[in-house]
Write a protein that binds this ligand. Structure first.
Ligand code: NAD
Ligand code: WQD
Length: 341
């Protein structure tokens, strides 16, 4: 039997590239579609160095539906789509909401058009814990209602989920899964691929590694007056290789028709909350490298604490996270050093 073929949108990005590695190592064939708006095509060399396989990338803007479908059609058929392509800067989305609506919602609509025109039966969507807004109870389960979107980026993830829910409910034979990531971090253990955005890093783990390597003088901890163990915010950091694995399990699940509903959502977090100060200390312990930090004011829009109840994904997809915060920090540091050489 030939290998299932998966179209990975945003395959040159951070999570997409790690997922491609996991898919290739699990026997899938992969084609990427990415226009490089927040990535470098050099990542394809890293994927090849790890897996021994060269992945083809179609360089087209997915928000231009007609052009994208025509370009992708030439490389079909596909058994499934994993849809990562999106702009992801919360900060930028506040200043450029239309850019985010057009790019992210436009690309999501294109994936449905691809499913129609190329007769692709299954899709996995990159959603986010941001869909919960500010949750009242912790940990959050998938039954926690979507909160009011905190920003335009969050609105694009909520919209994506709403559109897919309606699409799969009304399209016999097509199935989909949204994975709600908590805080992805870390890098492949080879240090051949990792996070290399074209935009300035704002997420905690790359800010830690950039400070440790001397690109920043010091790291600002956004608030130490939250109601947590040490006053700093709590998040659920999930290693990118564990996250990648979940996509392979999710597409397997749909291909084997093990799903009970046409469309399902899953939390994708390890289920443990870590404070900002604990994360910094974990980095220092795991690497032996000091990080200069100072306590600053709260960052606007930050939720005090959020972490996942991951019972559904562990029970239904058999996902089991294998990496902890120390391993996240070790791999992120190895990648930081490798990419600055
Ligand atoms: P990333 O920016 O590294 O990867 C996204 C990729 O999509 C990039 O390579 C970019 O060039 C490509 N892309 C964007 N718009 C495109 C378009 N119109 N046409 C073609 N290619 C396009 O981001 P990531 O961290 O790998 O995130 C992947 C997905 O996961 C995104 O949908 C993001 O919103 C979601 N997500 C990320 C996080 C996180 O913290 N990294 C958390 C929750 C959800
Ligand atoms: C983590 C913690 C900060 C930087 C964002 C998006 C979310 C999702 C994941 C896509 C917070 C603190 C950070 C710094 C700090 N993305 N921090 N100093 O905000 O939980 O989530 O990425 O869907 O939608 O909002 O992640 O890494 O920015 O912050 O103290 O310099 O680290 O306050 O508590 P966040 P983050």
């Amino acid at each position: 039997m030939s290998s299932p073929r998966i179209l990975v949108t945003g395959g040159c990005g951070y999570i997409g590239s790690h997922t491609i590695v996991d898919l290739l190592e699990s026997g899938y064939e992969v084609v990427s579609v990415d226009n490089g708006i927040n990535s470098s095509f050099d990542v394809l060399d890293g994927i090849e160095a790890i897996t021994g396989k060269r992945v083809m990338n179609i360089d087209v803007d997915l928000s231009e539906t007609a052009e994208a479908v025509a370009a992708i059609k030439e490389h079909g058929p596909f058994d499934g789509i994993i849809h990562f392509a999106a702009l992801k800067s919360v900060e930028e989305s506040v200043f450029k909401p239309l850019r985010y609506f057009r790019n992210n919602i436009g690309s999501t609509l294109t994936t449905m058009k691809i499913m129609e025109d190329l007769n692709v039966p299954h899709l996995i969507f990159s959603s986010s814990c941001t869909v919960y807004g500010t949750p009242e109870n912790l940990p959050v389960t998938e039954d926690t209602p979507m909160g009011r979107a905190e920003n335009p980026y969050g609105a694009t993830k909520q919209t994506g989920e709403i559109l897919y829910d309606q699409y799969f409910k009304n399209k016999t034979g097509k199935t989909g899964i949204s994975l709600r990531y908590f805080n992805p971090a870390g890098a492949h253990p080879s240090a051949l691929i990792g996070e290399s955005p074209t935009q300035k890093a704002t997420n905690l783990v790359p800010v830690i590694t950039e400070t440790a390597i001397g690109l920043r003088e010091s790291l600002m901890v956004f608030g130490d007056d939250y109601p947590s163990r040490d006053g700093s915010c709590i998040r659920d950091y999930v290693h990118v290789t564990d996250l990648a694995r979940a996509h392979t399990l999710a597409i397997d699940h749909l291909l084997k028709q093990m799903n009970h509903r046409p469309y399902e959502v899953y939390n994708l977090g390890i289920g443990q909350g870590v404070t900002v100060l604990e994360a910094i200390h974990a980095f220092q312990e795991a690497t032996g490298v000091n990080v200069n930090y100072m306590i600053g004011p709260r960052r606007a829009g930050d939720v005090a604490a959020i972490y996942a109840d991951n019972t559904r994904i562990t029970d239904q997809l058999g996902w089991k996270p294998e990496q902890d915060i120390q391993s996240i920090m070790r791999s992120a540091w190895a990648w930081e050093k490798a990419r600055r050489k």
